[in-house]
Design a protein around this ligand. Structure first.
Ligand code: F6R
Length: 619
């Protein structure tokens, strides 16, 4: 995700802004930018290189000015480039904004209210400074001139203009606004975090605590809908039109703890970000009950000879297997899934005119998946990359790209990116579906409930999941079983457990164990069974009974209210009830937590498991 920082005080702003940005560098970024206000004049510096590069290319004379803002960008709208890097300014270059989040209705604002403005970037953010500029006229007695400096730093007018501009936005934001000649900064948030670091005759603003922790540990967490005027020696916060007081929190974490948001590991932080990854991914393509990927592809729902082939590796392969069920269930379009490393050397027969190939890859750099993508192109297939990383190799190779919006993932084991991939498949399934509108809307409503459903599973972490993890951590072998859309989730659960806890775990179709693996079932081989109440529930329950009869302890992942299951298993992890096709979301969150807490119990190196790398760029 992007990071934003701001400073207003008595010291030179530039080194402080650069240092703060360095502190959030670990989150990943593709470009960066800063603005310093020197004697009322604004100076902007941007780079598609690193923060160090930006620093090295600034001359000493530019190290002046006591107000500054900065940004690290993780591109969502528009490629990583200098022109798309923040801060973004209005037409006159008097209002500058750094922004975290996504403005959903930016295009309609550009085409409508701001149709007279000359935009310099492809970003959603750029509408904000232009909107502030336009709306400021309303609060300015000399609107015709619309020049800010002469207003003698009228904080209240500027704040009102920012509020008015923000009221036109749909989406999420944490923003910092600098205005030429104004001796402070305006900060505002909606659904994106923002904090104020309180200093002595200086104050800091940041999207993340680690950005300011080296300067101060006195932190004010802004709340939903807050707008703040931050000056050198004052902080004014308003919400819904009235002044509000926000308590200072004294942060005792080290900087390293703070980078992980107070979580012990990135993986745990990222699992806790799964609801947000769902929200952000939905927000990218869903507006007013319409799904729009903004890319050029169509596949007829009745699939006369048309089909999709997905190629992927590892966790992304399991996401694709789940995606196959989702798309076939919702859209009735045939989907085939191949491991990229196998596809590359197989005699696979590809009909380039009828098969659309989708490369599923979080990093967009996996060598096997890249090779598969190139092979598909050689066959003349239309290709689509589904990835988390803007500008990655997959995006440059495929004809079209659909971004998952999980934000940077630091833990080697993929978690929130897997969930975001599933969300894309739900959206794709509904996009391609030819179902009655009422049915479509019913599915959509269920999909929109998923962030809340994921949150409810996270609430079970302390009570049940940690208890089951302690139990599981004593074993050296485990099976994960599921059927239908949840077979892929059992494979994902097993992969997550084995890679971070080093317990040998295998994911299996529940009905398949009797064809061989039964020989391994003993009291020392626990089985984690996904028992969603779907159309094959009774069959899966039958498989569980067979497993129990062989003496294996069984932990079930089962829906709230399913009392039946208690009779046949040893332990139950409860997840909220959803439409069966959506059950992979809560089941995945539960299994990610189970893997994490089991590995923690075994004192493993969770974020960097042995022998593994985040991005596998060799064959
Ligand atoms: C496991 C994991 C890996 C990746 C695989 C593909 O938790 O992260 O299995 O899923 O290396 O990576 P991407 O999706 O970047 O192509």
């Amino acid at each position: 995700m992007c990071g934003i920082v701001g400073y207003v005080g008595e010291r030179e702003a530039l080194p402080i802004i650069l240092k703060s940005l360095k502190r959030i560098e670990y989150r990943g970024y593709d470009s960066c930018g800063i603005l310093v206000q020197d004697n009322g004049k604004m100076h902007v510096y941007k780079s598609v290189e690193s923060i160090d590069y930006l620093k090295a290319n600034l001359s000493e004379s530019e190290y002046d000015g006591k107000i500054g803002i900065g940004h690290t960008r993780w591109a969502t709208h528009g490629a990583p480039s200098k022109k798309n890097a923040h801060p973004h300014l209005d037409c006159k270059g008097e209002i500058a904004v750094v922004h975290n989040g996504i403005i959903e209705n930016y295009q309609s604002i550009k085409d409508g209210f701001l149709s007279n403005c000359a935009f310099k970037s492809e970003t959603d953010t750029e509408v904000i400074p232009h909107l502030i500029h336009q709306t400021f006229g309303k609060f300015d007695q000399n609107a015709s001139q619309q020049t800010f400096g002469k207003f003698d730093q009228n904080a209240s007018q500027i704040k009102e203009a920012v509020k008015e501009a923000l009221s036109r936005l749909n989406g999420s934001y944490a923003i910092i606004v600098a205005v030429e000649g104004f001796d402070g900064l305006i900060a505002a948030r909606k659904e994106s975090p923002l904090v104020i670091g309180v200093g002595d005759r200086e104050n800091f603003i940041a999207s993340d605590v680690p950005a300011v922790l080296e300067q101060t540990n006195r932190i004010i967490y802004l709340e939903e809908g807050d707008i703040a005027i931050v000056k050198r020696d004052s902080i004014y916060i308003e919400n819904s039109g009235s002044e509000v007081k926000r308590e200072e929190t004294l942060i005792e974490w080290t900087i390293e703890d703070a980078e992980k948001g107070g979580y012990e590991h990135f993986m745990l932080k990222e699992i806790h970000e799964e609801p947000k990854a769902i929200i952000d991914t939905l927000r990218g393509y869903l507006a007013e009950d319409e799904i729009n990927f903004g890319v050029d592809f169509k596949i007829e729902g009745d699939a006369k000879g048309k089909s999709i082939l997905m190629v992927a590796c590892g966790t992304s392969y399991y996401a694709a297997l789940c995606g196959k069920h989702i798309i076939e269930n919702l859209a009735k379009v045939p989907v085939q899934v191949e491991l990229a490393s196998e596809f590359n050397y197989s005699d696979f027969v590809l009909d380039g005119t009828n098969v659309m190939v989708m490369a599923i890859t979080q990093s967009g750099e996996t060598a096997d998946t890249m090779m598969a993508l190139k092979k598909a192109k050689r066959y003349g297939c239309k290709t689509v990359a589904i990835t988390n990383v803007l500008g990655s190799s997959a995006t440059r190779t495929a004809d079209e790209t659909i971004y998952i919006r999980a934000g940077p993932e630091i833990g080697v084991a993929a978690t929130k990116s897997f969930i975001a991939q599933l969300v894309i498949f739900y959206l794709l399934g509904l996009f391609l579906a030819k179902m009655p509108e009422s049915e479509f809307l019913e599915h959509l409503e269920e999909l929109k409930r998923m962030p809340q459903i994921a949150m409810m599973v996270l609430d079970e972490e302390d009570i049940t999941i940690q208890k089951h993890a302690r139990y599981l951590s004593k074993y050296e072998h485990a099976f994960f079983v599921g059927r239908g859309v949840n077979l892929a989730i059992s494979l994902e659960g097993a992969l997550k457990l084995k890679e971070i806890s080093y317990i040998h775990a295998e994911g299996y179709a529940a009905g398949e164990l009797k064809h061989g693996p039964f020989a391994l079932l003993t009291k020392d081989t626990p089985v984690i069974a996904i028992l969603t109440r779907d159309n094959i529930y009774e069959k899966t329950l039958g498989n569980v009974k067979e497993i129990k009869a062989r003496g294996s302890p069984v932990i079930a992942i089962a829906e709230e209210g399913d009392e039946e299951v208690e009779k046949y298993v040893d332990e139950v992890i409860r997840v909220p009830k959803t439409g069966a096709i959506f059950s992979p979301i809560p089941n995945t969150v539960a299994l990610h937590l189970l893997a994490y807490w089991t590995a923690k119990e075994r004192e493993c190196e969770i974020d960097k498991p042995r022998n593994l790398a985040k991005s596998v760029t060799v064959e």
